[in-house]
Design a protein around this ligand. Sequence first.
Ligand code: F6P
Ligand code: MN
Length: 313
Amino acid sequence: MPIEPGKTPFQVDLRLHLRERDEDRDLTRVICELATASRYIIHSIRTGELGVAGTSNLYGESQLKLDVLADRIIRKRMLHTGVIAAIASEEREEIQVVDPDGKFSVAFDPLDGSSLVDVNLAVGTIVGIYKGNDVFKPGREMVAALYILYGPRCTLVYSTGHGTHEFAMNALMEYTLVQENIQMAEKANIYAPGGIRNQYSPAVEAFVSHLEERGSKLRYSGGFVPDINQILIKGQGVFLYPHLRNMPRGKLRMLYELNPMAFLVEQAGGAASNGHQPILDIELEGIDHCEPVFIGSKADVAKVEGLIKTLDS
Ligand code: F6P
Ligand code: MN
């Protein structure tokens, strides 16, 4: 419908969207506080120091000042909600128990892809939200998941199990609705292949050759959030960070990265697998549990599962 001159179109902001869907008020609060945290994080990314903090995380990756800052910002906002039981963060070795009787727990990667900050490529925050005080559950038990993408625009994609929805930050730093109920097509015409190709297994090599022969185009940035965002928003595509000969469990972490993204992609009609079973059904072995991942358009995830069964076993 054309907009009358001088009139701004009515915009649905994040809180209103959650309220209209009758989401739990405390869950709404958690999600809105995460949105608030992202305002401070994007400001820090745009203006803050790029230096290293002089520390490293559980995975031996050196922490940037921004990683540590993003972790602190989110933690503070989560405590502010008054409903949090436990906080797990990729930047900390231990889970912080806030209140064992709290209503929700969160697990997050505060600044995913932070090695891309110095080259000014997009990075993101990934969050999974669980009921109660335990995050050691299969991802299917999450009550909500979201990511925030700090690109030329700042966008937020969330799901509470009723579809996957995209919001963009406006000039007032509020998130307004861009797209409701994102839907992914069965087949991919873009693919994002992580890892080193000469370390691929026969099945993964065959899968990538199949995609290339079909004319799928390579679209890989090296940041998990922008790479997943690209396939979600384009409505098709497949991302893989497979089992490598020198890294048989892959690289990406179940708790902080894979479970939330698998939840969002499944809610958009896509699929996420470790090559054998859905990511969301895998029992967590520990906070640092990694799995290979094939995520995106459903038919292509099924295709690679089939190839793994015949060529890699
Ligand atoms: O945190 C993990 C991450 O930075 C992801 O954002 C990205 O998909 C992946 O690692 C890239 O890893 P590498 O460049 O080491 O293959
Ligand atoms: Mn990460």
